[in-house]
Every structure is written in structure tokens, then in C-alpha cells.
Design a protein around this ligand. Sequence first.
Ligand code: FCB
Length: 469
Amino acid sequence: MTDTLPTPALDLPPGSPMWNPDFLFGAGTSAYQVEGAVSEDGRTPCIWDTFAGRPGAIRDGASAAIACDHYRRWQDDIDLLATLGFDAYRLSFAWSRLLREDGSVNPAGVAFYDRILDRLLAHGIKPFVTLYHWDLPQHLQDRGGWLNRDTAHRLADFADLASRHLGDRVHAWTTLNEPWCSAWLGHGTGLHAPGLAGEAYAVEAMHHLLLGHGLALPALRANGARQVGIVTNVTAISADTQRPADLQAVDLARACYNHWVLDPLFKGHYPEALASLWPAARPPIREGDMALIAAPMDYIGINYYFRANVRSDGEHGFADKGLDRVERTVMGWEVYPAGLRDVLIGFAGRYPNLPPVHITENGMSSDDHVIDGRVDDEQRVRYLQRHLDALGQAIRAGVDVRGYFAWSLMDNFEWTEGYAQRFGLVHVDYDTQARVPKDSALALQALLRRRRELSGARTGASRAARAPA
Ligand code: FCB
């Protein structure tokens, strides 16, 4: 019977710094993907509400109007997070819930996040708050969105008001989640909201996103924020063949996927390869912009999921060829744990000023079902184990990593994939909103419990050593 099978376990090597309770284990969500209640208590539409209304934009025509109903179930969700033993929670504030169209704060929005932060702190869980996880208020999109430089200033205003009202309880702030996706998927390919397609749009949007980050940093710091950073998605890259043209394609892919965001932040300029990739597109840089963008941060959040295996496209670009006979998730993404180690070691070498790293997302979607009250997601347990191993290798190689956040706390609205992809540690039944921790959640819970016991034993031992005979 399924319920007699043992829950698969997770482990860390003896002596790993991840056993230290200062290393944070967390789980993440984002407002649009879990909250629902998209038109309640003064929340105004965001670009994803509009985009989801386009026929064919979202798989099965799904909508995030209810999602995980977290707007009502936040208390139980946070209690579950605590039961699972997490040290930290990564969430985002919905811009269009927190601020009104005239730029003033919406008291109902403040009250919602106020209660969430209080409950997290009551459980001793550190809140990591993202300001912008892709849900731009529609009224800003109506004025050009990220193609309008003014939107960068509006992000700074949002940072100021959010931190003024709620900052006393936020452990760490993230200005932007994955600007690459906002810029490229939202403005380059049109696969994401707002659904624009053009290289020049993407390059312009990226600059304004990064400028918004640069303007938000001092706004947050002025209100007392001590841990401020950005979260970027990165891709591990391999060459399909050793032909010079394919090796050249690897450089282009690195520039596009990784350095487009990281070079401005840590070198103060865009990678030169972008000009050969997109000859007609130029970022609209004004004097002083790059210095703002490259201002020091307290941490960098890295989201890692997969690798691209690239070759030349025969023109001036690259193509992702993929690989046969590799393990994949339901999303189709290759499972490639070594890539996490390799990108981290690569970034630490390329950017001597790289701040401490948090892995802010890592996880996978699978076809999960509740059977006899249990969700056997053995592939996810193996996935987590192998990525924690790879992370341990990066740390041993000298990369300063301070935390690991699984994506996601629970199954949720996966953007264009709607509810077809289950990334959660906790299973959500969208008909009843019942939550069931999957085996992976239980394995993490057991690991975190052992870690607490060990550190308790260590503290006890050192106290005993100091105790008078
Ligand atoms: C990332 C997003 C996150 C989630 C995961 C699967 O790109 O930041 O919201 O969709 O992918």
C-alpha cells in the first residue's frame, strides 16, 4: 500500500555549513500566483489580469481570480510554513493592492500585509519581500509601462511607501523578481504580460527595470532597510558541439540569459555581445543611470532551474538545441543540478564584488496526486537532494551562499501555464482549497528538525563546557 512506503529522506553532508542555523531555509510564493481576490478591497487591475483576458494567452483559459485563495487563507498557510520548520518566507507585495492609482497607500492593502508580517514574526520566520514580481498596475501600463522611464520612478515611490509602512518587520527586500523575464518574455517574445514582441522593446524595458531597481535601493535604505537586493533567474549553458560557431553561440547565450542583468549590476555596463545579438536595439541610457544601477547591494538572489544547450542559429544569434535522453520535469525543463554549482562558481569569478548569495528559487513541477492522504513526489525529493548537494559544492569552492528557498511553498497559478504545473511542496486542491504537504515537504521538515536538534545539542554542549564544575 502506498501509505506504508517510507517517506524519502533528505540529508546534508557532515560538516556542511548548511547545518548551521544561520543558513536560511525558506520557501517562496508571489502575490499574483497565490492571493486571488483580484478586485477586492481596493485592489486595481494589473497587467496579468489584462493579459489573462487575451484568448489563448493562458493554458486552459485559467485565471488567477481565486488562485490559492491565500487572501483569505493566509493565516493557515503561514502556520503550515511554520509547521514545516522554515526559517524564512519569500513573498511579494501586490503593487496594485498596496497603492492606489493616485499613488497613495490603500489601507486595506497595508492591513493585509501587516497581518502576514506579524504572523511570520510570531513564528520566528524571516520575511523576504519582493516589491515587483511581474504584476505592474494596469494604469501604469496604460502610460507605457516599462517602456516609459517614469515607471522606474514609480517603482521607487512604491519602495518608499511600502518600506515606510511595513519595513520595520521585513528582514530582506527584493526590488525586482527576474527582470529578464519581465523584459524578454514580456516585451521581447510577448509570451508574458504585457505581451509586446520586439528586441528593441525588451532592451528598453530592461533598462527601465534596472533603473527602477537602482532608484528603489536608496528609497528602501532611507527607511531603514538593511538587507536589499535583487533576484535574477540564471541559466546554465553548454555547447552543442565544439565548432567555433557554437562556442561563439555559448558566449551570446551567456550574455543574453545571465550577463544582460548581472553585468550592469556588478560591472556598470551592458555586455558588448548584446550589440551583436540585437544590432538594432540600444538601451536608453542617460547620464548617471549606470552608477545608480551598479550601486552596492547586500545580497543577490539567484533563481536556478535548468540549462540551455546551445548552437549557432546560422546567423548572428544562438538557438537552444536541448539534449536527448536527459531527465526532465513536467514543465519540460531539464534537471541539471551541476549547473547550479557551475553558474555560482562562474559568477563569483566574473564579479569580484558579488555580494552574498541567496538561492531564491529552485524547484520543479510534477504530476502530483493525493492518494490515501499522501502525495508521493519522489522526483522532487531527488531534485532537492541533488541541488542541495550541488549548492554544497559551490559553497566548498568558496561561494558565499547564505540561504536556499524552494519554489514554491504550494502549488499555484503558474503564469501562462495556469494550474497545469504543480511546483509546490504542498499540494493544493483547487476545488476545495485543501492543502496536503507532499513527501518533499515532509522530507524538508525532517531535515530542518534534525538541524535544530543538532544545533540545540551543540549549544547545550558549549554551555555545559562553560558551566562551573
Ligand atoms: C520563475 C518565477 C516564479 C515561478 C517559477 C516557476 O521564473 O519567478 O514566479 O513561476 O519560475
